[in-house]
Design a protein around this ligand. Structure first.
Ligand SMILES: Cc1cc2nc3c(=O)[nH]c(=O)nc-3n(C[C@H](O)[C@H](O)[C@H](O)COP(=O)(O)O)c2cc1C
Length: 412
């Protein structure tokens, strides 16, 4: 029976254990989007801390899909390949494995970040969080996006990464095509289940063709979206089945929610009022009076509708996906205790577990589990890291905010 420390495979990629660092936007790229030495030093902690695989934060495939978060990594041009190659080589030199996640942000960004007058999306429906009304992509532009995913994947392979992950979750472009609430197209890219999946299927095929059959291609999918017409578990299982059927996908990672309005379904945990007021546009720019009202009135009301944290909140759907396809399944979201992860893998509900927030506080969590020094991650899901991604490089901010929250709540 497989366990957390059994070796595992994703296509030809051999992992020393079943623990993965989930893609998390780092905000450590240089001004052009090239990976930096700081990024390597950041990943180094996970590799030296015993993680089986590092999946990088999303790298942009096109300027019109660039993130509004602080300093996104880009992989939209050939001149960026040397910096990516240097990063991959350094990770390999210390014995690590690294997969690059590639993405187009679609409507979940700002035109100030993309440099284009309008954002692009399947339909002209704005994200409730980013609010800019996007324009619907033409058929020709959709083909161009598919080609750009393929070109970006070819750069990933040329740079020497161990694989590429196509990001089709969290409300970014590909996932909005999958969701009925964001995709109301009536052409071959919308409407029926197969039509909504078409861009993902075509992207997987184009990516595989660009990187070669042996190069591992992973896909990240949503298992759940809160929106009334958002993706629900049954649909996720069917999307995973279609992805497997393309023959161009080597593993599926199961997540949920979004980086915009559904952020707390993606990263379940606390409602980080202070971090929102400190880091997030437009709230960080508000005056003292407005911030006072948000603190005293809006935040307590919003937190009533806040989804509760529970361990491994995407595991049930991942287990259904696992039964439906023969590809390796990775489950992300709320993986916190060694016993839970061991049980999930042991029971065959998932092949791998991946973690984002816990590793910011304990990059060496895998080794701590292996050596028996810890049974549970110390991350308390405060979600400050997520809110701060708008403005500063990624890190765990827990300690500084504990103090700030104490002052504002007048706790002695
Ligand atoms: C600061 C931060 C940045 C993130 N950036 C990405 C990203 O670039 N790509 C992605 O697929 N998921 C991203 N996520 C989501 C995580 O990969 C993961 O799905 C989510 O945090 C739940 O896992 P956890 O409970 O282990 O944190 C991000 C999460 C956080 C907290």
């Amino acid at each position: 029976m497989a366990g957390l420390f059994s070796p595992g495979n994703i296509g030809r990629l051999e992992l020393q254990n079943r623990m993965i660092r989930a893609a998390s936007h780092e905000g450590l790229a240089d001004i052009r989007g090239a990976p930096t030495e700081a990024q390597f030093q950041f990943y180094r902690g996970f590799v030296e801390g015993g993680i089986g695989l590092v999946i990088t934060g999303y790298a942009g495939i096109m300027q019109n899909g660039k993130s509004a978060l602080y300093r996104m990594t880009m992989i939209d041009a050939d001149d960026l390949v040397p910096a990516h190659r240097a990063l991959a080589a350094k990770i390999h030199a210390i014995g690590g494995k690294i997969v690059s996640q590639i993405a187009h942000c679609g409507r979940q960004t700002l035109s100030t970040a993309t440099g284009e007058p309008l954002l692009v999306a399947p339909s002209s429906i704005p994200s409730k969080f980013y609010r800019e009304v996007p324009r619907a992509l033409t058929d020709h532009e959709i083909q161009e996006i598919i080609r750009s995913f393929a070109a970006a994947a070819a750069r990933v392979a040329a740079a020497g990464y161990d694989g590429v992950q196509v990001h089709a979750a969290h409300g970014y472009l590909l996932s909005t095509f999958l969701s009925r609430h964001a995709n109301v197209r009536r052409d071959k890219w919308g409407g029926s289940f197969e039509n909504r999946f078409r861009i993902v299927g075509e992207t997987l095929k184009a990516v595989k063709e660009a990187v070669g059959q042996a190069f591992p291609v992973l896909l990240k999918l949503n298992s759940f979206e809160k929106a009334r017409k958002g993706i629900k578990p049954g649909e996720c299982v069917e999307f995973a089945r279609l992805a497997a059927k393309t023959g161009c996908c080597d593993a599926v990672e199961i997540s949920a929610g979004g980086s915009g309005e559904e952020a707390f379904y993606m990263a379940r945990g606390k409602f980080p009022t202070e971090a929102i007021l400190t880091y997030m546009r437009p709230f960080c720019k508000k005056g003292k009076g407005v911030k006072f009202l948000i603190r005293q009135v809006a935040a307590p009301i919003l937190s009533l509708f806040h989804p509760p944290f529970r361990e491994g909140y995407n595991l049930e759907t991942a287990a259904r996906v696992k039964k439906a396809i023969s590809l390796p399944v990775i489950t992300v979201g709320g993986m916190r205790t060694k016993a839970f992860m061991e049980a999930a893998i042991g029971a065959g509900k998932t092949d791998f577990v991946s973690m984002a927030r816990p590793l910011l506080l304990e990059p060496d969590l895998a080794d701590k589990f292996r050596r028996g020094e810890s049974d549970a991650a110390q991350c308390d899901n405060c979600n400050i890291c997520l809110m701060a991604a708008d403005a500063v490089p990624i890190r765990c901010h827990k300690d500084e905010f504990v103090e700030r929250a104490r002052i504002h709540q007048n706790v002695p």
